[in-house]
Structure formats: C-alpha cells, structure tokens
Write a protein that binds this ligand. Structure first.
Ligand code: SGN
Ligand code: CA
Length: 503
C-alpha cells in the first residue's frame, strides 16, 4: 500500500513538473537596444536575438532601477531595489544570506543553474549548478569558478565557452525536472574584444554620428560633469587597441595564434591607419567613435551567433516547445549619444534595457509591449511563469499578464535610484521616476539639480524642462508620485533628501 502511494505521488509530481515550463534567461552585459535589429537598429544585425522577438514579445520600455551591472543582477535575483537588497554599487559584495527567487523555484521542483558572467562578488544560494566567471571575467581563455569554488582556466572565446557549458549542463541535468538556467554573457562589456573570426567585420561601414554626439549639456550640470566621453575618457590603447599593450593581463592569456590575429589586425592595420592620419580635434574624436562602434558591434556578433546556437539546440532537442527563452541585458548603454559610452544615467539609452521573451503557445508571436516595466519586476514575473507565488519582501510586480495581453492598462511608474560616485565615471547619484511620458530626476551629492524630460517630444533627453513654468503642475504631480513610490518601496534615504527640498 505504502509503495503504491509513493509511486502515485511520484507520478503525480512527474505530471505536475512536466507541465511546468523550463526557463532560460540569457543575460548579456551592456548590450543596448540601439544595437539590436529587433529594436529597429539600422547599424547592427542581430538575427538570432530577433528570432526571440519574432516568436514572442519585445518590450520597448523595460527600464532598470539602477543602471549598473552588479546591482542589476542583485535586483534580478531578489526582486528588490538596491536599497533593500543592499547592493547599491558595483564594488560591494552581494549579501548571499538573503532570499533569492531561484530558491523558490527549487522548492517547487525546478533544477537551477547559472553559467557565465554573474558579477555578484559571491556565489548566491538557490543554484544546483554554477560555472561562472570571476568578477568581470576575460574574453579570451577565461577562468570559470565552479560549485566547489575551484577556478579553472579554459581555452577559447568566452561567448563560445558559455554556450558550450550551458549545453553541457542541459545534457547532464536531471531530466525528470523542469529547469531554470541563466546564461550570463560577458559580451558586450568594455573593453570589447571581438572573437578572432569577427575582427574587421564592420570595417566597411561608416557609422552615422548620433545627432547629439556633440552635446553641449546645457541645462544639465550632472551630464556636463561626467567622465564617460568617447573624446576624453575612452583610451586609445586599452579600449581601441591602438598600440595596445600586448603584455597586459588580458593579452597574457592569449594563445600565440590569437595574439598573432590580434596583432595583424590591430597593430598592422588599425594602428597603422591611425598613425598615417595624424588626426586632431573632431577628426580624432570621430575616428575613435568609428573604432568604438566597430569593436562593440563585432563583439556583439559572437553573442548573437551563440544565442542562435542555443536556440538551434533547443529546437533540435525538442526542448523549445516547453521552454521560455528570455533575452535581456543588465542595462542599456550609450553608443555615442551625448558623446558617451557607459551607462548609469536615468536617460533613455541606459535607463532602458532590452527584454525579449518567447513562450510557445502562451505568448503570441510578434507581441509588442509598450508599458513601462522594471527589472525589479523580473523575479516575480519569472516565478509567475513557473506558477510560483512571489517570495516575501519582493518589491516588483509580475508582468506575465501583460505579455499575454499587451493592451492591459498598467501603472507606468518606474522608480530609479543610482548611487555609484565618483569612480569610475563621475556620474552624480540621482533618484527619479519614469512614467509613460516623462522622466523626472533629482541629482544630489556633488550636484543639486532637478531635471524633467518629455520623452515623447524629446527621447534624447536634451531639453531640461524643469524650470519651465508651463510644466509646473506636471512637476507637482510627478513629485507626488515620486514620493509615493519612495514610501511604497521604503527608500528612506531618498525620502529624507526629498523632504529637505524647498516646497
Ligand atoms: C569597469 C569599466 C567601466 C565600467 C565598470 C562597470 N572600466 O570598471 O567602464 O563602467 O566596469 O561596468 S574598464 O576599463 O575596467 O573596462 S559594469 O558592467 O560592471 O557595471
Ligand atoms: Ca553591465
């Protein structure tokens, strides 16, 4: 009798688990929507990322709550804002003693894994399998840290190795259980080292300068004070490999063949071209911009190709039918807009992050989602997809219903708070609100200024409307909502600053 009951329980569990979808969360680094063709990019082709959008949904207004790597990842895991999960700036270590949503998935029968870039400073609980890059990781012949905390170096290009290890785990996992896997990519993080086969792939392209490349930053003192311009901050040797230091730690990892390929391209071609031109002033900045775009987009080629390889694998093994695939980046990035690279600001290019999702049979192919959602909503959404209740203290809200019905009305108010200052890019801390139409922000610390943008009229965030009397009522309303959000999300530090403001 007891045996029969046990068999019955096993069978019912198997049925329940087999109905649960698998979830693969492909998570890149600094890969922005301006570089994704599904988002309308004219300068890049990402046929494989686009496959996800074609088969499912693309989110046009998925913002992050703190536009920087480690904090974005901590928010993914906890469903909490930085001030609640404690991970406000990159160089801190994520407190692994807090609840993370993969633990809830495990309790509900899921197998969980994270492969590739993680960047949390410590290995969190909630994963049955880990094989992650230490810190920022390396593009060539990188080390990986496994579950036993052993560091092992592998030969190859990072995006290929991440795909290989992801597929290997899919092969050897416990196939009686549904799974959740993060495929964390290093691409397209600075210093943009393309795979050897992609060197020179954009050499024939002349990239148009963004209209605001020569931004004067009028009316935006925090934007003026940053240190992230292509002109002054981007380094010719380390970023653009002009007379690169082939004895640097990154190059020391190269095999002789990899080094020869890089030397042939960057020294014999790029550096030679640079030195023959003797550029100064605008011509020099614009040359740097062209090289930046070429390196960034060439690095993205391998990322997209590897996503294609993983999607093909899912198709070939039949896993695709019951597997949700998400593609997202930890934040957006500047591709020359405002004259910049990097992220951090509440302005559109770095506030928004790509998010594409396919779920065969549940999310309609070609779905366009325009409502404002945030990365704080990711954890509750993923749990919702798995049919699991949100864990206590989660601050985000599931947007699964929106993916199924993109016409649904929505609270389009996303809260933002960025902290890291002054290193590495001197962006003043700020908090703010992004609604369907407006962005309101307050810069503090070394700055003391408010900014308001009408996103519909000014998606480039060029005209600060804060002082404009015509917007006084709008500002008052937005400030009231901002305060409500601070209270709701318990950002007491920001609330104190807001309370000190003249009324
Ligand atoms: C490094 C980069 C910065 C970048 C941060 C954070 N400098 O410090 O440009 O902003 O990482 O990036 S580098 O010369 O070392 O590449 S993040 O993606 O981890 O947030
Ligand atoms: Ca990042």
């Amino acid at each position: 009798m007891k045996n029969l009951l046990t068999i019955g329980l096993v069978i019912s569990n198997l049925i329940a688990f087999s109905q649960k979808p698998n979830i693969i969360f492909i998570f890149s680094d600094d890969h922005t929507s301006q570089a994704i063709s599904a988002y309308g990019s004219k300068i890049a082709k990402t046929p494989n990322i686009d496959r996800i959008a074609k088969a499912g949904a693309i989110l046009h207004n998925n913002v992050v709550s703190n536009s920087i790597c480690g904090p974005s990842r901590a928010t993914l895991l906890t469903g909490k804002f930085s001030h609640m999960n404690g991970y406000k700036v990159n160089e801190k270590v994520f407190n692994i003693d807090q609840a993370v949503f993969p633990e809830a998935l495990q309790k509900n029968g899921y197998q969980t894994a994270w492969v590739g870039k993680m960047h949390l400073g410590g290995l969190p609980h909630g994963f049955d399998f880990l094989n992650v890059l230490p810190g920022q990781g390396h593009y060539y012949n990188p080390d990986f840290i496994n579950q036993k905390n052993e560091k092992i170096q592998y030969e190859g290009y990072v995006s290929d190795l991440i795909t290989k290890f992801s597929k290997e785990w899919l092969e050897q996992r416990d196939k009686s259980k549904p799974f959740f896997m993060v495929v964390g990519h290093k691409a397209t993080h600075r210093e943009w080292f393309p795979d050897v086969q992609d060197l020179g792939s954009y050499d024939d392209v002349n990239f148009p300068l963004p209209a605001n490349f020569y931004d004067s930053y009028d009316g935006r003192p925090a934007a003026r004070d940053q240190d992230m311009t292509v002109d002054k901050t981007m380094v010719l040797a380390s970023d653009l490999k002009v007379n690169a230091n082939y004895n640097s730690p990154a190059f020391k990892r190269f095999t002789p063949a990899q080094k020869t390929a890089y030397y042939d391209y960057y020294q014999n071609k790029v550096t030679k071209d640079f030195e023959s031109k003797q550029l100064t002033g605008k011509a020099l900045v614009e040359w740097k911009f062209q090289r930046y775009m070429r390196d960034y987009l060439s690095t993205a080629r391998s990322l997209d190709r590897n996503i294609g390889e993983l999607l093909d694998y899912l198709d070939q093994t039949g896993l695709a039918k019951n597997t949700v695939v998400i593609y997202a980046s930890d934040q957006g990035f500047y591709l020359g807009e405002h004259g910049w690279f990097d992220k951090r600001f509440i302005y559109e290019e770095s506030l928004k992050t790509p998010f594409l999702i396919k779920y065969p049979g549940t999310i309609k192919a070609g779905t366009q989602v325009r409502q404002v959602v945030s990365n704080v909503d990711w954890a509750p959404t993923l749990l919702d997809i798995a049919g699991v209740e949100p864990t206590t203290g989660m601050q985000g809200k599931s947007f699964f219903s929106l993916l199924k019905n993109p016409k649904k009305s929505w609270d389009n108010n996303a809260y933002y708070h960025y902290y890291e200052y002054p290193q590495p890019h001197r962006v003043a801390p700020h908090f703010g609100l992004r609604t369907e139409q407006f962005t309101l922000a307050k810069f503090y610390g070394p700055q003391d200024s408010w900014e308001l943008y009408d996103i519909k009229k000014d998606p480039q965030n060029m005209k600060n409307l804060y002082g404009d009397k015509a917007y006084a009522a709008i500002i008052q309303n937005l400030k009231a909502t901002l305060k409500e959000k601070m209270i709701e999300h318990q950002d007491t530090e920001a609330l104190e600053l807001l309370e000190k403001e003249p009324k």
